[in-house]
Design a protein around this ligand. Structure first.
Ligand code: NAD
Length: 503
């Protein structure tokens, strides 16, 4: 359904200003709660990407020379501006993505924490020094900027995921070119304005809108030095392979199928609260959503009873309604895809306990809504178990014992996050040590690291070596250099063709 709303025409952000070069191709951005088209987004050609990258490369050459105190002043100013505009930024996210306002506010807050981490640029860029590695000789390590970094980001966290990347990249002295999701791009253009207002020199932060054509232009551009990608697994794999083949440093975070194991001794009220919050928050469109509950022993029936009680009282509504718990999915296409998974689950013999397919929201009949959905008796080999659904669909798998449960989690192709609910410290420690996932929750369903730790998965959830933001993000955004130096003094012993050794 389309309602009568004004459709804005978006632009790129190049050289510190809007770039409204007429687009050969463009896409529609919808308001997820109504289905109305609210913006047209231009799709950058390789020529537009080239202009952005050339501008970024020129800006990077200057920015790397800026003092730590100049960078930290800009970062602190940016932090204040994001904080002052948090309501406005969250409202833009809710409109295009559909998540409820409180969730969008949470996303802004998590992004802000990365900016705050980057404000400590003087601390995070400190090197190491060893005086006297030989007589009169010192050795030290420094980290220097990589150059031009590009970020390619998904629809599901339109402000937070880019903020995992650009504050750290910029603090480290790089220029950054962002290619946000074409499904909800507006907030990135507002963030670009805030960077400019904070005093960031033109060209250090740019936004190119677009789709595969823009991504390919970034992956192959000779002046792009590093790529951070977050999105689905097939595209992550493609980005990693293509960017690496073109000589770039690449970190590519992919999809997820996060399991939460519930042991018989767990606090079932805590577990049910966690599963419903993490399963249906943001309509399941979080990379850290719990999509599989592994019920161990005889815990399934009492756990499911508690989950269904909680689902029954969730309010599914336009995300702008203050008491809404869950909003719509991002697009009609995605809603239809999630509904097809539910059809497949039924066809493959899983037990459908709660069916969200028929849900409509009064007054929002054109919105992309699908209600919370719950399956029991799900098994590996079913599509609803093997594949990432990325919607409000929680599946319960029954396991007889803890070893059976951990084997199931570790056999899964994805390894973003995994959680365990138990009051047994020994079982929790065994899980923490043995599970093949990058982020682990113990009685915590969404184990999202804070900004000062790093974020990332294992297996098909990450291609590349390092996690994002935090200390690993600093390493990704910088190159190490080791200096060994001597100043001429009387200890210098003249010509010596031997291999230099300490002494
Ligand atoms: P997506 O892979 O469809 O898109 C991500 C980005 O890649 C977008 O900017 C898009 O324009 C671009 N893209 C899409 N198709 C492309 C192609 N063929 N060639 C080149 N570029 C292409 O992902 P999405 O649907 O926007 O986001 C949801 C996915 O992101 C889920 O799989 C989710 O698990 C994942 N995700 C992962 C994390 C994590 O930390 N691992 C975080 C958030 C989201």
């Amino acid at each position: 359904m389309s309602t009568d709303v004004e459709t804005t025409t978006l632009h790129h952000w190049i050289g510190g200003a809007p770039d409204a070069t007429p687009a050969e191709r463009s896409g529609e951005v919808t308001e997820s709660a109504t289905g109305a088209v609210v913006a047209r987004v231009p799709f950058a050609t390789a020529a537009t990407v080239d202009r952005a990258v050339q501008t970024a490369a020129a800006a990077a050459a200057q920015w790397r020379e800026s003092s730590i105190s100049t960078r930290s002043k800009v970062l602190f100013a940016f932090r204040e501006l994001v904080n002052a505009h948090r309501d406005e930024l969250a409202a833009i996210v809710t409109r295009e993505h559909g998540k409820v306002l409180s969730d969008a506010m949470g996303e802004v807050q998590r992004g802000l924490e990365v900016v705050e981490f980057a404000c400590g640029v003087g601390e995070i860029l400190k090197g190491d020094m060893t005086p006297g590695v030989s007589r009169g000789v010192d050795s030290y390590t420094m980290r220097q900027p990589v150059g031009v970094m590009a970020g390619i980001t998904p629809f599901n966290f339109p402000i937070m995921v880019p903020m995992w990347m650009h504050p750290v990249a910029i603090a480290c002295g790089n220029a950054f070119v962002l290619k946000p999701s074409e499904q909800d791009p507006s907030v990135s253009l507002r963030v670009a304005e805030l960077w400019a207002q904070a005093g960031l020199p033109a060209g250090v932060f740019s936004v190119v809108n677009g789709d595969k054509e823009a991504v390919d232009a970034l992956l192959t551009h000779p002046l792009v030095d590093a790529i951070s990608f977050v999105g689905s697994t097939p595209i992550a794999q493609y980005v990693h392979a293509t960017g690496s083949a073109h000589g770039k440093r690449v970190q590519a975070l992919g999809g997820a199928k996060n399991h939460a194991v519930v042991l018989p001794d767990a606090d079932l009220e805590l577990a049910a609260d966690g599963l419903v919050s993490a399963g249906y928050g943001s309509a399941g469109q979080r990379c850290m959503a719990v999509s599989v509950a592994v019920a161990v022993g005889d815990v399934a029936d009492p756990l499911i009873a508690r989950i269904t009680d909680r689902i029954a009282v969730l309010k599914i509504a336009d995300g702008t309604e203050p008491d809404a718990d869950m909003g719509p999915l991002v697009s009609e296409r995605h809603r239809a895809r999630v509904a097809e998974y539910v059809d497949a689950g039924v066809a493959e013999g899983a037990t459908l306990l709660v069916d969200g397919r028929a849900l409509t929201v009064e007054g929002r009949e054109g919105g992309h809504f699908l209600g919370p959905t719950l399956f029991d008796h799900v098994k590996p080999g079913m599509r609803i178990y093997d594949e990432e659904i990325f919607g409000p669909v929680l599946v319960v798998v029954r396991a007889a014992t803890y070893p059976e449960a951990i084997d199931l989690v570790n056999a899964n192709a994805f390894g973003n996050g995994a959680a365990i609910f138990t009051n047994d410290g020994g079982a929790a420690r065994a899980f923490e040590q043995d599970v093949t996932a990058g982020m682990v929750g113990i009685n915590v369903p969404i184990p999202v690291p804070m900004a000062y730790h790093s974020f990332g998965g294992w297996k098909a959830s990450l291609f590349g070596d390092v996690h994002i933001h935090g200390p690993e993000g600093v390493r990704f955004c910088t190159r190490a250099k080791v200096v060994t130096r001597r100043w001429p003094d009387p200890s210098h012993r003249g010509v010596d063709l031997g291999f230099p050794t300490a002494g």
